[in-house]
Design a protein around this ligand. Structure first.
Ligand code: R5P
Length: 291
């Protein structure tokens, strides 16, 4: 059985079609004071998959707690969380004394609730495996980069792939190798939520079509700043491809003002820029789970 919430019905339908799982919506009521009442089918099969993307995560973490605990009481013995976007992975160390290391706390929370977690391009910077962040029996980490690379090869053949910061190096390397394009990575220093300083790599951008590739755009300022610099350096066009189209308020405007052309994303986070479906990969990962 595939449990899902109403606002993710489209992704649930795609995942159900690819995986053959039976999709069932969790009924959800919000009381006037903000509390949630959820209802699951009264009898659950032994293996249950819950689909919940964690963009806008705070309330959804409570949903996960309520659904997972109730699902066990209703018969589920093996619970898998499919979370195409996993939140709270960026705060992976205390940058100043007393700062909460959210990745560790949220990772441990999810590991208490689920037997398996499947996600796409989690922001793991200082650790090598998803299992280190979420210590479950099966922690599966997929990437949107290959499918985005194929899309870029069709739409912008020959474009230079540009990572807006060092952390994007992994996705740029993977994508560039797959489609045989050039790739390069900027250096970034973050001064605040909407304040980043970026330095271009030492590659010739004059006359090149450039596609900025990153795991996510949130405020859009990282991508916008990289785009501005690339255009000033003579790039003929700058388009953007990201796995997670978080796009906080004002992000699209920031990209537009920076001169960005097309914006493409996977459907991990529902958005008008979605062009690459992840359900086939997610379904394949579900089939690989033991048992
Ligand atoms: C961080 O390193 C990520 O890979 C993204 O570059 C970053 O989260 C984007 O954030 P924003 O769009 O707010 O600049």
């Amino acid at each position: 059985m595939l449990l899902y919430f109403d606002d993710e019905a489209a992704m649930a339908a795609r995942l159900a079609a690819e995986s053959g799982l039976n999709p069932v919506a969790v009924a959800r009521h919000r009381f006037p004071d903000g509390e949630l009442k959820l209802r699951l089918p009264p009898r659950l099969p032994g293996r249950v998959v819950l689909l919940r993307g964690l963009q806008q995560p705070n309330e959804k973490l409570v949903e996960l707690l309520l659904v997972a605990r109730a699902a066990r009481e209703l018969g589920a013995r093996h619970l898998t969380l499919v979370s195409p976007y996993l939140a709270y992975m960026r705060q992976d160390m205390a940058f100043s004394p007393g700062e909460v290391v959210s990745q560790r706390v949220v990772g441990a929370f999810l590991a208490q609730l689920f037997d398996a977690v499947i996600t796409v391009d989690p922001h793991l910077h200082r650790i090598a495996t998803l299992g280190e962040a979420i210590p479950v029996a099966d922690a599966i980490w997929l990437s949107g980069a290959p499918a985005l690379a194929d899309w870029i090869a069709r739409e912008r053949p020959g474009a230079l792939l540009l990572g807006p910061d060092e952390e994007a190096g992994q996705w740029v390397a993977q994508a560039a190798e797959r489609i045989g394009h050039d790739g390069a990575v900027c250096r970034k220093v973050r001064h605040g939520d909407r304040d980043v300083a970026i330095a271009l790599p030492e590659v010739e951008l004059r006359g090149r079509a450039v596609v900025i590739l990153d795991d996510m755009a949130s405020t859009g300022h990282t991508v916008a700043q990289a785009a501005r610099l690339a255009l000033a350096a003579g790039a003929v066009s700058v388009d953007v491809a990201v796995t997670h189209a978080l796009f906080a308020e004002g992000a699209e405007q920031a990209l537009h003002e920076a001169g960005v052309g097309a914006v493409w994303s996977t459907d991990c986070v529902p958005h008008s820029s979605n062009v690459v479906p992840m359900a086939p990969l997610l379904a394949r990962a579900l089939r690989q789970l033991p048992g």
